[in-house]
Ligand binder design. Structure first.
Ligand SMILES: [Zn+2]
Length: 367
């Protein structure tokens, strides 16, 4: 039994669909042949040259990173900077480079859920759900074929809302049509007006699955021409979006909470805004640079916002409404490695999935 890189990346993308990455991102297979057989996976935050060396040394031909090593366009490849050197080394040694970045930030069970788990938060949910990631399908099916069509749509991923599957709505009515010359109608005959008892069926599905949903519909639907409408919805998808928020099992005072944060995430230090002399119960988190979510954290009534990459003036934005705790970019995402390893080890048994020992944090602390 062997596994190709394509099978590996497909699995990663079922978990963290590329469609959920932010517009500026570059997640996915950055270097590598999808048809190559996986010999081992090295999981890292950053796919630097040292990490590629480690992969070669440890017999891994795939590096799965959180950060895409190629983030903007490369115009030359002559090894002048660390990005080009990593890419050249990977290509020369047949090591594939894959990144699961903001798409892994944006899913339930992703980067931010891992932070929440480390902090022991309960009732964890997405802090800022995304909209325009769901599509509604309306189609018209002869009554006798309704169940067959619905089953095919469910199988392809339609009709899931939160903890519910097989969600649909239908009403019965009459469909009319007249097959013209050249048609090969399932019901009726060419040149004659027809009227058929049909169900109008409605289901929703994640927009990026439109291809598979439509091909399932066309396969299961008995008609030559399948009448349908597709509508992109403005509804939020509670299961896709930025940051996470949850509650501590019992409130801590601010000093206790920062201690808890420091210990549970192995932090050398925390940069934070002044205490407000209020207990900490609800905590919002965002791995990496999460400053853009500050107002959402305040709106969610979080007592503390745990994130990274804050600049001096941005700390003022807390404005006594919340405590910002900047724990460092690398530190905030360090457990993303574990998260990816846990997922892949459960899914695949034909190769090893190991954590990189190379510390890629470019920041050192002189204490
Ligand atoms: Zn990051």
């Amino acid at each position: 039994m062997t596994t190709t890189i394509r099978t590996l990346t497909r699995s990663l993308e079922q978990w963290a669909p590329l469609a959920y990455q932010e517009s500026y991102d570059n997640a996915g297979l950055i270097v590598g042949d999808p048809e190559a057989v996986v010999t081992g996976v090295l999981v890292t935050l950053d796919a630097t040259e040292d990490v590629v060396d480690e992969a070669i040394r440890r017999g891994c031909n795939v590096v799965v990173a959180h950060h895409p090593i190629v983030f903007k366009g490369l115009k030359k490849l002559n090894g002048r900077n660390y990005v080009e050197r990593a890419v050249i080394k990977a290509i020369k040694n047949d090591v594939a480079l894959y990144a699961a970045h903001t798409n892994l930030d944006n899913v339930v069970g992703g980067v931010n859920y891992k932070i929440a788990e480390k902090l022991g938060l309960e009732n964890v949910r997405i802090l800022t759900p995304k909209n325009q990631v769901l599509t509604k399908l309306v189609t018209f099916v002869p009554v006798a074929d309704t169940q067959k069509v619905l089953d095919a749509l469910y199988e392809a991923g339609a009709g899931e809302i939160g903890q519910y599957s097989h969600c649909s709505f239908r009403v019965e009515g009459f469909g009319t049509f007249k097959p013209e010359a050249g048609a090969d109608p399932t019901i009726g005959e060419v040149g004659r007006d027809e009227e058929v008892s049909e169900h109008r069926i409605e289901v929703i599905f994640p927009s990026h699955q439109q291809g598979q949903i439509m091909s399932a519909l066309r396969k299961a639907h008995p008609y030559e021409e399948v009448a349908h409408y597709l509508t992109l919805l403005d509804n939020q998808n509670q299961e896709v979006g930025s940051g996470a928020v949850g509650e501590l099992p019992r409130p801590l005072n601010e000093y206790e909470f920062l201690n808890h944060l420091k210990n549970s995430m192995n932090l050398p230090l925390i940069r934070h805004t002044p205490f407000r002399d209020r207990p900490v119960r609800r905590v919002a988190v965002c791995g990496g640079a999460g400053g853009f979510l500050l107002n959402d954290a305040v709106r969610a009534s979080a007592d503390v916002f745990v994130t990274a990459d804050y600049k001096y003036h941005e700390f003022f934005d807390a404005d006594s409404r919340i405590i910002i705790a900047d724990i460092g970019h690398y530190e905030s995402e360090a457990f993303t490695k574990e998260l990816i390893q846990e997922y892949l080890s459960k899914k695949f048994h034909t190769f090893a999935v190991i954590l990189a020992e190379t510390v890629t944090n470019p920041v050192r602390y002189f204490l």
